[in-house]
Write a protein that binds this ligand. Sequence first.
Ligand code: NAD
Length: 395
Amino acid sequence: MIKSNKITYHDFRTPNNIRFGQDTFYTLPEEVKRFNANKAVIVSDKGILSTGLIDEAKKLLEHEGLTVTLFTDIQGEPSFSLLQNATREIEASKTDIVIGIGGGSAMDTAKTIAALLGKEDIQPYLSGNETIPERTIPCILLPTTSGTGAEVTMNAIFGDEEQSVKRGLVSPALLPDMAIIDPNLTLSCPPRVTAASGVDAFTHALESFVAVRANTLTKMYSEKAMELFPKHIHNAVQNGSNVGARIGMSLVSNYAGIALANAGVGAVHALAYPLGGTYHIEHGVANALLLPFVFEVTGKTCTPEMVRVAALLKLGDFTDHPDQALNAIVHFLYQLLPDLDLPTSLEELGVDSNALPTLAEQAFKVTRLLSNTPYRLTEQKILEIYRNAFKGKNE
Ligand SMILES: NC(=O)c1ccc[n+]([C@@H]2O[C@H](COP(=O)([O-])OP(=O)(O)OC[C@H]3O[C@@H](n4cnc5c(N)ncnc54)[C@H](O)[C@@H]3O)[C@@H](O)[C@H]2O)c1
């Protein structure tokens, strides 16, 4: 019997192995050797390089007889032109494996390079016209922020300089073979990055929880991430050497990343992309600021989920008055910004008020994410959200 259309299903993808634990960084060489690699490239950025971590990784790998080259020319969040230059440079070194160590910027660059190496014409993949087929060589990712979850997602985000926006590449080829999550690697993460990437992880959890593509399995991960988040975020930001808080936030990031990879995110990210592309506002900072302003609109369509989220955040039991759950969540999200020393308005971030209509026009084109949001945002509504975020909230 041939059954053709209307088979409904969902896939659930993760790297082949997600290793989580303190000091798992030191297991990197044995894992690299499993791939029979002789030549490795470590992709990272200047900030991580200055912590000494990359030199340590290089020494560990060289001790096992590997030849190691470094690509650490990433400054700020990566663009497509940086990606192209890096791919060309690394192609010349004929490496057997790519190891990405860093935050989302380094990991996105690393996994995309591992997927693009050796492919003849990469332009159709970069433009998004074609999905990257198979990854060319093995890839292992180690996050140093908590975080983007990029070590477990099939997305990679780059700045499109021509269009002044950020754009995501999506392909199973962007999942690494292995994610090694050692919370100790986040101990050196500065407070602002800890705060911004921490709220970014929460954004992944919340947006994936209400996403059109969410399912029972992804919701389990979203829920666990949201439950852990308020227990650890303040400690991680205010006392970066608190190992318990770093472990907690690494779990938040990992669970939220798995949910994001399989359910996708929504409007908060869609509105953040033009801010990253035009004003180079860090991804986590843009998401953290937009989160309450977007959710006070989009959250209206998912009241039962808002009751659940409020319970997970320990904001109260809203079963008998569900319409009040969203207000409590939005208040919690606004309050996070000053509490974590994050910017509280787009004006504070140097955004020009005259540019808001253009930003709204660009955000409205991010249909991949807007269509995954359980609220149909018009361009006018997006502009209204930007205007509110520009002013900030005086609660
Ligand atoms: N692929 C995905 O699924 C996904 C998801 C969300 C965001 N992203 C992308 O990830 C990027 C943002 O990543 P991020 O928020 O992790 O920040 P990041 O990688 O840009 O790092 C921010 C800064 O923190 C420094 N840093 C990071 N870890 C450190 C540590 N342990 N000690 C000292 N310094 C450290 C870096 O050197 C850098 O200067 C953006 O480009 C965003 O679009 C990707």
